[in-house]
Design a protein around this ligand. Structure first.
Ligand code: TMP
Length: 286
């Protein structure tokens, strides 16, 4: 965590150089619709079910697509064929109450595969990775929600990911009651979209929310807490603001490059992304 924050603090220098080159020197190829992206940035979207995070991830993806910026939009648990199979098992209502450590091992199995097969290769190609949930969800749901020891989660995280952290995490925050009203609506139940965790009571979701907020307070450099209790447009504006240093002004895609927009140093992730002992290059399992 500390490593990620340190790297973040050091990030602007090379990013500005890249920015200058891409804006002012003809030989440097420019993306189709914009020239100021420095890519290879790992952004996660976190929050309670019903917080709107997935909707806003899709909007950011649309903005990137409109600017011709390469990106991967993905999710956890899942994001690979193996991970999606784990996801189906994880969310299956047939199991009823599942032990928190069983859940922990399932989500980290999916996560390691996801890093190896999807996330790290996309970053290596220089793409922006937009990921719906990551390890902060495990700390919030299995740790604070289920009561799994946080030290144990750290140990499994070490084995599975080498304690990989995103560069930026947007936490979509709203009271548990409001999130449940959106995420577990009668409409959704009618469509049969209700999964195993939807059966949890309000107290569980209050603990999960508190867990997310505690994580955000512990790592203010990485997190941006976004109030998602209001109208979607207000939340979208807050998202643009929260990503402006990493991705430029997402609200001005047709206005051209803006003075002051800056990107992230391209090299900074390589040092921060070891997959731990046995990690190896993408596709190899330790
Ligand atoms: P989703 O509906 O946002 O895709 O997430 C599926 C459910 O999985 C959601 O209720 C949160 C839960 N979950 C965990 O409990 N632990 C985790 O580590 C992750 C990634 C998700």
């Amino acid at each position: 965590m500390a490593a990620s924050a340190e790297v973040w603090d050091q990030s602007p220098a090379l990013g500005r150089i890249f920015l200058q080159l891409s804006l002012h020197h003809a030989p440097v190829p420019r993306p189709r619709t914009a020239g100021w992206y420095v890519l290879r940035v790992f952004i996660t979207f976190e929050g309670l079910d019903g917080s709107g995070k997935s909707t806003h991830l899709a909007r950011v993806a649309e903005e990137l697509a409109a600017r011709g910026a390469p990106y991967l939009a993905t999710h956890e648990p899942g994001g690979t064929p193996l991970g999606d199979a784990v996801r189906r098992v994880f969310l299956d209502r047939r199991w009823g109450a599942v032990d928190g450590r069983v859940e922990l091992l399932l989500v980290f199995a999916s996560r390691r595969q996801h890093l190896l097969e999807a996330v790290e290769p996309a970053l290596a190609r220089g793409e922006v990775v937009l990921c719906d949930r990551f390890t902060d969800s495990t700390v919030a749901y299995q740790g604070h929600g289920r009561g799994v020891d946080l030290g144990l989660i750290e140990r499994v995280d070490e084995i599975a990911t080498g304690r990989r952290r995103p560069d930026r995490t947007l936490l979509f925050d709203l009271p548990a009651e409001a999130a449940r009203a959106r995420g577990d609506s009668p409409d959704r139940r009618g469509r049969g979209d209700v999964d195993r965790l939807d059966a949890e009571d309000l107290d569980f979701y209050r603990r999960v929310r508190d867990g997310f907020l505690a994580a955000a307070a512990a790592e203010p450099e990485r997190f941006r807490v976004i109030d998602s209790s209001g109208p979607a447009e207000a939340t979208a504006a807050a998202v643009r603001d929260a990503l402006s240093d990493a991705l430029g002004d997402l609200g001005a895609r047709r206005a051209g490059p803006r003075a002051g927009a800056r990107g992230l140093e391209p090299e900074r992730l390589s040092a921060a992304s070891p997959l731990g002992p046995g990690g190896g290059p993408p596709g190899q399992l330790g």
